[in-house]
Design a protein around this ligand. Structure first.
Ligand SMILES: CC(C)(COP(=O)(O)OP(=O)(O)OC[C@H]1O[C@@H](n2cnc3c(N)ncnc32)[C@H](O)[C@@H]1OP(=O)(O)O)[C@@H](O)C(=O)NCCC(=O)NCCS
Length: 106
């Protein structure tokens, strides 16, 4: 009989590309039964002297590709509305604006 093999979702932990770093974590704000295939991106950071060279963009592109491979939904929250357009470039969509902007990558 054919068996359904589920791909394991993205491993929590840090990812980096050059000086750019981010962390992938299990979204504890979600109920346990929903956590399996959802990961939260936090702490996207590039040191000032290395900004605007495309490092964060490359890291996000790779992270989104990893999510696609593992059928993982990505979410992130934003304090700074100015960055919404930046994340939209990689396919994130805002699904909530208050009290924070919540974006997901379906
Ligand atoms: C946001 C951050 C990660 C971007 O890193 P980066 O390597 O410079 O990003 P890239 O070079 O790939 O892309 C730069 C683009 O990001 C966007 N961007 C970066 N900072 C921005 C800001 N404060 N407001 C609006 N857009 C911004 C711009 O569109 C910029 O493109 P441009 O240089 O053509 O104007 C970096 O500025 C950073 O670490 N900031 C401090 C921490 C932070 O805000 N993290 C995000 C938490 S959600």
């Amino acid at each position: 009989m054919a068996s359904l093999k589920l791909k394991p979702s993205m491993k929590p932990g840090t990812r980096s590309y050059g000086a750019a770093t981010l962390a992938v974590r299990v979204p504890t704000a979600l109920p346990t039964y929903m956590r399996g295939s959802v990961r939260e991106i936090v702490a996207v950071y590039v040191p000032e002297e290395s900004r605007r060279q495309g490092l964060a963009s490359e890291l996000l592109t790779r992270t989104v590709a990893e999510a696609k491979r593992t059928l993982t939904v990505l979410m992130l929250t934003l304090e700074d509305q100015a960055l919404e357009g930046f994340y939209a470039r990689f396919g994130f969509q805002a699904i909530q604006r208050n009290p924070k902007i919540l974006m997901v990558h379906p």
